[in-house]
Design a protein around this ligand. Structure first.
Ligand code: TYM
Length: 329
């Protein structure tokens, strides 16, 4: 392994990616790729834990990879690949399943949220087991650092626990990974409800700004975004809707919340919102130009190359694990 530490992270090809995914995760990866050996995955096996249309899933997987590239992930520096193309993930997951406990999976807040619709009884076993697959993704590559948004912290902690448990039982095998959460953007909240995170699966499109939204749609969504009582532009915890919008403004403009407050003294929500929309549009227009310039064919080439490069790393680790637990390799 090179002297650089290794990072691993991924996004599910389900729903439409939004600025929360960008600010909470992908923007951070772009910065980190210079100082870490980086592996970024399109986690299609995670996506099928809830029903997916096969044709749409295939298209979305390529779309996510295009988003990585358009955001600035450089295939010369980082490896990107599709999870289901490296079957070692599923194999390691099975083995980790035998040391993971029902009680720890039952504590996972994402499972509690996502199983609400069908009820726990109707939820797929895969949805319940999803964090173990995520642990396999991470541990397979001797990952040292996992850059994610705040909502994934609990899952990375499970990966840490499983790594330690396996190491205790079978001897040093896995690196215990650290979670890396960037303070800004770690939790972008819904535009329609600042108490809940912006989400691909929220029913209303007015919950999120999608990375592929056009300018008119962005203006409309920002206009409709909920605000708090009052009319001043102030950054305070008791104004969670405004705080979220100022955070978004700050992330895309590089200005601090204090500077933004100062810019809008004597102005109201209307002025603030129209400028916020333009700041987001300016960023997304150039992002989308890069996105649209990428062909499916060239992206598939990058993904296939990525899978070919990560497979031997994954195979080596899996063989080590299999040997340790008594399988004949
Ligand atoms: P996913 O696809 O739900 O989200 C992808 C990334 O976006 C971050 N994120 C947010 N950040 C800030 N504010 C928000 N509103 C927001 N919504 C989402 C997430 O924290 C995440 O970093 N289980 C993972 C994917 C995964 C993975 C892995 C990640 C599978 N295997 C291994 C790291 C390592 C997930 O569903 O992310």
């Amino acid at each position: 392994m090179s002297s650089k530490k290794r990072i691993f992270s991924g996004v599910q090809p389900s729903g439409n990616l939004h600025i929360g995914n960008y600010l909470g995760a992908i923007a951070n990866w772009v910065k980190l790729q210079d100082s870490y050996e980086s592996i970024f995955c399109v986690v299609d096996m995670h996506a099928i834990t809830v029903p997916q249309d096969p044709e749409i899933l295939r298209k979305k997987s390529i779309e996510i990879a295009k988003i990585y590239l358009a955001a600035g992930i450089d295939p010369k520096k980082s490896l990107i690949f599709i999870q289901s193309q490296v079957s070692e993930h599923a194999e390691l997951m099975w083995i980790l399943n035998t040391i993971a406990k029902m009680s720890e999976l039952e504590k996972m807040t994402q499972f509690k949220d996502k199983s609400q619709k069908e009820g726990k009884e109707g939820a797929a076993v895969g949805l319940f087991d999803y964090p173990v697959l995520m642990a396999a993704d991470i541990l397979l590559y001797d990952t040292q650092v996992v850059p994610v948004g705040e909502d994934q912290k609990q899952h990375v902690e499970l990966a840490r626990d499983l790594a330690k448990r396996f190491n205790n039982k079978f001897g040093d095998t896995f690196i215990v990974p650290e979670v890396h959460i960037k303070k800004e953007g770690m939790r972008v909240m819904g535009l329609d409800n600042p108490e809940k995170k912006m989400s691909k699966s929220a029913e209303s499109i007015y919950n999120r700004i999608e990375l592929l939204d056009d300018a008119e749609m962005i203006r409309k969504k920002i206009r409709k975004a909920v605000t708090d009582s009052g009319s001043e532009i102030i950054y305070r915890d008791d104004k969670p809707a405004l705080k979220n919008l100022i955070n978004i403004y700050s992330s895309f403009s590089g200005k601090t919340p204090k500077e933004i407050e100062a810019m809008f003294v004597g102005k109201g929500y209307g002025d603030f919102k129209s400028e916020l929309a333009e700041v987001i549009i300016a960023f997304l227009e150039s992002f989308q130009a890069r996105y649209n310039a990428l062909s499916d064919k060239e992206v598939m080439k990058i993904l296939n190359k990525g899978a070919d490069k990560v497979r031997p790393i994954a195979r080596k680790k899996l063989d080590e694990v299999k040997t340790k637990i008594g399988f004949i390799v």
